[in-house]
Design a protein around this ligand. Structure first.
Ligand code: FPP
Length: 267
């Protein structure tokens, strides 16, 4: 009661500060992007600014994964794809690679119970076979234990590269043609999509890249054809609920035309 009165008073004086929950409720009245894909960049710089080793930045970045997963779920986002390790990241120092490969295990062991409780389904895109066995078993366990969940899909792009994905799709389709199961005329964008690792999920509506870098780095090149892009200077470990909320706010102001015209613009 007292809380309500205080709130009313604050509202009247125009000083009300909206809580995260209020912001989320407001956003949910408008269109929420069904699929948000994030290039989580800037862990190394976050660590360097604090005179810490790069891996400390990745560890802090893992905590951001937890926050953003929870907020995405509360916003009603259906799929959250996170670029955790690219096919090019094998070029990094062994110590850093080893650490990055241990993060899914640490993340999933620590947070699996709450992911289950939040009805989150863990999935992965990327070349699974090439991953170390401890990484594979952590991911497999999380996928197994969350496979019945029908809330947010938390999709890790792990050892993922878009060119590799498209190359593999081309090989699959070529084999079907060679075996006489398909004709060249059957190839269209629907067929290609069916052979990508994302065949069961919608294309991202919103792509976010943190840390001020403005490039795609071989991430979902096919699937991002009509996504809205948001590049922010915030480093991934600093990307919090408010950052995701303001990205979704910005998304809601965008005018998506998918190549067509505004209705009133047509002659
Ligand atoms: C790029 O930043 C980031 C990565 C290559 C790794 C991203 C991984 C995480 C955020 C943790 C993932 C967590 C789980 C649970 C899998 P960078 O190191 O290139 O940053 P820099 O450009 O500042 O050096």
């Amino acid at each position: 009661m007292l809380e309500k009165l205080l709130r009313k008073k604050k509202e009247q004086s125009g000083t009300i500060e909206r809580t995260i929950a209020d912001e989320i409720a407001l956003l949910r009245q408008k269109q929420i992007p069904a699929h948000v894909a994030i290039i989580m960049d800037g862990n190394g710089r976050w660590a360097k600014k604090r005179n810490l080793p790069r891996i400390a930045g990745h560890h802090e970045g893992m905590k951001t994964v937890r926050t953003i997963t929870r907020t995405a779920n509360e916003l009603g986002i259906k799929v959250l794809t996170l670029y955790a390790f690219s096919t090019e990241n094998w070029k990094r120092p062994k110590l850093e690679i080893d650490f990055l490969m241990k993060l899914p295990g640490e993340f999933l062991t620590t947070y699996l119970p709450e992911l289950v409780e939040q009805n989150v389904k863990v999935e992965m895109i990327g070349d699974f076979e090439m991953l170390p066995s401890h990484t594979k078993s952590a991911i497999q366990k999380a996928m197994e234990q969350t496979k019945q969940n029908d809330g947010l899909i938390l999709n890790f792009a792990m050892n993922y590269g878009s060119r590799l994905e498209i190359t593999e799709a081309l090989k699959d389709i070529s084999t079907l043609i060679k075996d006489g199961e398909l004709d060249i005329e059957d190839i269209d964008s629907n067929l290609i999509e069916k052979h990508l690792m994302t065949s069961h999920i919608p294309d991202p509506d919103l792509l976010i890249r943190t840390s001020g870098e403005v490039r795609l780095s071989n991430f979902m090149l096919w699937q991002l054809a009509y996504a809205e892009f948001i590049f922010t200077d915030v480093l991934w470990p600093d990307f919090d609920e408010k950052c995701l909320i303001s990205a979704v706010e910005e998304f809601q102001l965008r005018n998506r035309r998918f190549g067509s015209l505004e209705r009133e613009e047509s002659i």
